[in-house]
Design a protein around this ligand. Sequence first.
Ligand SMILES: *Cc1c(COP(=O)(O)O)cnc(C)c1O
Length: 428
Amino acid sequence: MDRDTSKQLIERAERSIPGGVNSPVRAFRGVGGAPVFFVDGQGAWLTDVDGNRYLDYVGSWGPMLQGHAFAPVVDAVRASARRGLSFGAPTEIEVRMAEAVIARVPSIERVRMVNSGTEAVMSAIRLARAYTGRDLIVKFGGCYHGHADALLAQAGSGLLTLGLPDSPGVPADTAKHTLTLPFNDAAAAAAAFDRYGARIATVIVEPVAGNMGCIPPRPGFLEALRDLTRAAGSVLIFDEVIAGFRVAPGGAQQLFGVTPDLTTLGKVIGGGLPVGAFGGKAKIMDRIAPLGDVYQAGTLSGNPLAMSAGLAMLQSLDEPFYRALAAATQRLARGIRDLAVRHSIPLTVNTVCGMFSIFFTPAPVTHFEQVAAADVDRYKRFFHAMLDRGVYFAPSAFETAFVSGAHGEGEIDHTLAAVDSTFREMAR
Ligand SMILES: *Cc1c(COP(=O)(O)O)cnc(C)c1O
């Protein structure tokens, strides 16, 4: 498969864009080789600048829940664009969008739109800090919450020591307000609350981890976070930027039956346009300006094009859609596991409706240390072999694969045939 035009484009891009990309994981540093430049997406399929076709399991990192160029979303955006692109004043579509979110996610009584997941998280954290009058944030290793300073902190030298900056440019003074704990470890969270409870403004967690591959919550983990935060008067934030509207109509909180105080949303909620949102209990959300004293704003927030796309996306999702999505994901995961046994490739496949990941390790994967211990070189071989067979997985061993409503029986058969021949090659 010839990808010469992509190779030329990345060399050209590197002369004007840092690393040639506008978001680092796109650069293929995790797998080696040149990134693929795409020109077209239809349903589950992508076409690159050299005319090659690929079955897509990246889905723009989550938003394309109905596949590419989904007609109801494209039509809604077209119709909206003809009426003007932005007014910086209220529009009815924003009200309809807020109502649609509230109708689907019962813990959300008020919601505000922003332009990215990062912005949603940053705003929710500020609000939680203002509401509690505390500074300390608890997050979990391997969870990603966007690139705001407060979240770019890593665990200090001991488990219960305050955080260190995870990137140059993040002040140590900022990172020290962030405590990083192991995901799925309720005992560690309890110990943190024993020591720091009265200082903890908020616990932020991906209820289904989606940024270290896909890791479902262990039974009792989210419940423990709910109990600990309630007892300490801290705000529990579910970062559902990936899981929201993907794993169930009401997100992970509906699937696992645990109710957070605040929720952050992104990805699917924009249908492919830049949208994020944060929402939750009215008594917390009403602290936001202009009603309250916590400042938060956005020139393009609630943009009519973005709201039209998001609303069309939400309206397309019903119970049968999620049942079919879960069934397709399960069938794919079972098929991959069976092929791994047949070719003696040790691996673990984790799934939660519409999300799955392949870890090249025989052991169950429930937290980040196990993800880090999986065989990354095997993933690289798998990635390139699949790419050459026309299947596009994430160019990193630490990402989740996304199935869409456009991945039908034929697409899954095509994937399993490519996996079969890839595993045969890898087993040699
Ligand atoms: C992608 C992601 C973010 C950041 O969203 P952006 O739109 O990329 O800023 C935040 N939280 C989670 C869980 C994410 O997966």
